[in-house]
Each structure stands twice: as C-alpha cells, then as structure tokens.
Design a protein around this ligand. Structure first.
Ligand code: 4AD
Ligand code: MG
Length: 503
C-alpha cells in the first residue's frame, strides 16, 4: 500500500461512500470477537475504523487485535457518515498496514499525575487534551498576526540578548556574552518604541524570559508575548485597540475551534459575550471595590459555595469507591480509577480555595492605596465581573519607570492592566510612555537604574518626541483563559517552569 492517495480525517465529509486511505496512529481500540473498533488519529482529527472478521485476511485481523496504543498504521476503507461516531464519520476497513508497532505506550487512558505527564510531554502532546489546546493556541497566534497586519502594523523583531532591563530588575536571566554580562529579554518594548518613531505602528512577537520566582499557575520563565506600539496615541486609544484585539482573538477561536473548546470544557457562552466595550475601572476604584463591604459579602458567599462543592465531591468519591470494589472488568475499573484521580485533584483544589478564601478576604479588606494589585486581588476583581476589566491609573511608585505620569495627578501613571474575567486575572499590561526627557531621566535614575544604559532610549525623547504607547499580551495566559485551562504550563508545548525544566 502506498501513501499517494492519503486522505486526512478532517476531509472525510467530502468522501462519504468512497474508498480512502488514512495514515495515523492508534489512539484507542476495542474488540468484541468478530468486530474491532480502532480509533485512529492523524493530527487532523479522530476516526473510528471498523474491522469486521472476513473483510480482511485472518492474519491481519489478528495483528490488528493485538496492536498496541500509538502504533502507526495505514488503513483503507469506505467512508460512512455516522453521527454517533467520533468526528461524525467512520471507516469500514478493507485493508490495513502497520507501519511502526508500539508496545506498552507509557500514557494509558487511565489518568496520570501531572509530574508524570510533564516528564512524558514528548508523548503527552499526542493526547486529545494537549492536541485541542495546541489547535486553539495556533488560532490565537494566527489571529494576533492577522489583527496587526490587517491594521497596517509593521512587524519588528526585537533582540533577545539585552544590555538593559525593560521590566523589574529582579527577574533578569543573566547570560555570559563573551565575558560580558547580558540578559535575556523581558520585553521588546524599549526597542519597539524606537521603531514606532520610524514606522508609526509596529509590533513584536516572540519569546520572553523572566526569572520570576513564583510557582503559580500564571507564571512561566519563558513565555510568548505580542507587543504593539503606536506613535500618537493616548490611553483611551490604547484601551480601544486592546479590547478590539482581544475580541478578535476570541471570535477567531470560537469560529475555528468550537469543537476543541467544547472538548476542553471552555465556557463558550461566556466567550460569546466578549464584545467590547469591556469594563473600565481606575486603580482607585478597584481599591474601593476590594475594601468595600460588597466584596466581603461576595467572598463569604463564595466560601459557602466552595464548602457545598466540597461535600458534593466527597460524596461522589464515596460512591465511586464503592462502585469500584464491585467491578470485575478491568476497563471499567480503569475508567473509575481515572475519574477518581480527577475528583481527588478537584477536591485538593477546592480545599486550597477554602483555606485561601479568608486570607484573601483579609488581604482585600486591608488593601492600602499605593501597593500594586496582588494575584489574589486581581482574582477577586476578575471573579466579580463577566467581561474583561481594564484597571487604569496605578500609583506611579508601584510601576515601571517608562510609564507616563498623569499630568493631572502626578501620583498615578497612564497605564492599564486587562484582567480576564471569571477569576482568571491579568492577560495584558500596557501604558502610555513617558515622552518628556527630564521626567523620564528622573524616573530612570530614581529607580536606581544606570542612566548610561538608557541613553539611546532617552534620545527618542530628544529628537521629535511624541505621545506614544503600547501593551503586551501573554499568549499562554490568553490560551489558558479561552480554554478554561487552570495552569498556563498546559498552554505551551514544552513549558519552562521555575522549579523544573522537564524535556
Ligand atoms: O505586564 P507585563 O510585564 O508588561 C510588559 O512587559 C510591557 N513591557 C508590555 C508593553 O507595554 N509592551 O507583561 C505583559 C503580559 C502580562 O499581562 C502577561 O499576560 C504576560 O505578559 N506575562 C507572563 N506570562 C507568563 N508567565 C510570566 N512570568 C509572565 N509575565 C508576564
Ligand atoms: Mg503586568
């Protein structure tokens, strides 16, 4: 059998009643004596292939029955439409050829712990969940490029080896550059500002590195960020650009990846409501919300709900444990075991949330104007809203040197964070840039940075300075938000985490 007439599973709708050949891997199989059901995946989808005894040679029938999960295979047969079948089509097999047999594939349909799955990421990428996330990520990246390209932005590739800090100096990854200390880029923004003075509207899109010592579900040490930068724009203009941008990404994911989002358990109804305008709060208003009575009430109701949820999970676990003891068939036991692993993980998370709730309530109630919003503060505000929220005008002293002070209130800067709703938190950070030479110089030296290093950046304020600004959107956080994935490490193929790099 040759591969010349290869058809992809995603194309089967055009071949109903016709003979095709699929090339892929054995995702799952089950057999009942005279008939075998092979689920094949080929990178474009899944297809159930039905092999009846007598329709292929006895020898092949036997070989297929013993074929291990993830063996690679070519199968030929006739396409039938069947709504009950995964993907909506199935194949009545007439011939097959095993390409590379696999035995004892380490990742079985049983659930595994996350550590095991990260160690086996090179194989786990084949799982349906990682596949769905990868497809959504692809759409997000495609939408990002399309949005800016269609609006006349010019792509500028900014350097990765850097001599100056663009964000918090505590998060620099140092590298030895021929004996000279440099570091990996935390942001392309500063170079992009220079390019904006040439092209007007620019963006950069690449990997970004932060030695962030936080083991949270929101932090990677290497992540992908897209950053637009625009000359002659104010804060309102930036917010409008950001909300249209996020809306476009959401729309594209809903249009191109509905079935993946469904499989992942994303909140599609909520995503469909993401039309601009998004909510707009100043930092000061956000602090009022955090310290207000409404928030305490919201959190105590949330605690009660979490406790009810905990009881439900515990009783479900009890039921399943009883049921498991009474099962004789191994596959049924495995299925229950997989569900139990998931329920126990959910129980652990619910317990952690129950434990954190009063701590977060206390932090919120005692929040002092002037501090940066912490993770739990962002979560609370985000949980209280059903659409993304812009938080603007943060205290100057809590923010980066490059942000422009509000000329009407020098205590705050013209910046914003965009918080994704339903507890997800920050996906974008941005600002208008300080365009006054003297003020910027003061901010740079005031933060203890070496002014020498920033002389070229200061030049931009000497030669035709203009009001300008931009923002950065984190790809992994955006994908996690869209897919309702709890941890952003699942939203990049090979994650780099603070405590471990697996493969
Ligand atoms: O808010 P940040 O630090 O903003 C900047 O870097 C600006 N220079 C961007 C600009 O104005 N051009 O980072 C922007 C976004 C965050 O909102 C978040 O989505 C993502 O980058 N991000 C991270 N994602 C994963 N892991 C981390 N450690 C991240 N740090 C930031
Ligand atoms: Mg930020």
């Amino acid at each position: 059998m040759t591969n010349n007439n290869k058809t992809y599973i995603s194309e089967l709708k055009d071949y109903v009643g016709k003979e095709v050949t699929l090339s892929g891997w054995l995702y799952n199989s089950r057999s009942s004596g005279k008939i075998q059901f092979l689920i094949i995946r080929d990178g474009t989808g899944l297809c159930q292939c039905i092999v009846e005894k007598g329709s292929v040679s006895d020898e092949l029938f036997d070989e297929l029955r013993h074929l291990g999960q993830e063996s690679s295979i070519r199968v030929s047969g006739t396409v039938r439409a069947d709504e009950r079948s995964v993907g909506g089509y199935e194949l009545a097999v007439t011939d097959a050829e095993v390409i590379g047999a696999a035995t004892d594939y380490p990742i079985t349909p049983k659930s595994h712990g996350i550590d095991f799955l990260l160690k086996n990421r090179h194989l786990h990428l084949r799982s349906r969940r990682q596949w769905c996330i990868g497809k959504v990520r692809h759409t997000v990246i495609d939408a990002i490029r399309r949005f800016f390209n269609d609006k006349g932005f010019v792509l500028i590739d900014t350097p990765i080896f850097m001599s100056m800090a663009g964000e918090d100096e505590q998060t620099l990854f140092e590298v030895d550059y021929f004996g000279e200390p440099l570091h990996l880029t935390q942001t392309g923004q500063l170079h992009l500002e220079s390019a904006a003075m040439s092209f007007g509207k620019v963006y950069c899109f690449g990997p970004t590195f932060r030695a962030e010592k936080s083991k949270t579900r929101r932090h990677l040490t290497e992540f992908w960020m897209v950053e637009p930068e625009v000359a002659f724009i104010d804060l309102d203009g930036l917010l409008e650009l950001a909300e249209n941008f996020v809306y476009f990404i959401t729309e594209q994911a809903l249009t191109n990846n509905r079935s993946e989002l469904e499989y992942l358990g994303a909140d599609i109804a909520a995503l469909e409501k993401m039309k601009p305008p998004f909510y707009r709060l100043t930092y000061t208003e956000a602090v009022e919300i955090l310290t207000g009575e409404k928030t305490q009430k919201f959190l105590s109701e949330q605690l009660e709900q979490l406790q009810r949820q905990k009881q439900q999970i515990e009783s479900r676990i009890g039921e399943l444990e009883k049921k498991q003891a009474g099962q004789r068939k191994q596959w049924q036991k495995d299925k229950i075991a997989a569900e139990l692993i998931e329920l126990r993980a959910e129980l652990g998370e619910t317990d952690a949330r129950i434990e954190n709730n009063p701590k977060h309530a206390k932090l919120a109630a005692g929040f002092q104007w002037g501090k940066d919003l912490g993770g739990s503060d962002e979560t609370i505000i985000s949980q209280m809203h059903d659409k993304p929220i812009f938080v603007t005008h943060y205290p100057k002293d809590a923010k980066a040197f490059y942000m422009k002070t509000d000329r009407g209130n020098e205590k705050v800067v013209l910046n914003f964070d965009l918080l994704a709703p339903a507890g997800f938190g920050e996906i974008i950070g941005g600002s208008v840039r300080e365009d006054d030479y003297e003020k910027l110089l003061k901010r740079i030296s005031g933060q203890g940075l070496d002014v020498e290093n920033y002389s070229w950046y200061l030049d931009l304020r000497k030669y035709g300075s203009v009001p300008h600004g931009g923002f950065g959107l984190g790809v992994e956080r955006t994908v996690a938000w869209l897919t309702s994935e709890k941890h952003i490490r699942q939203c990049i193929a090979f994650p780099r985490l603070m405590d471990k790099v697996y493969i």
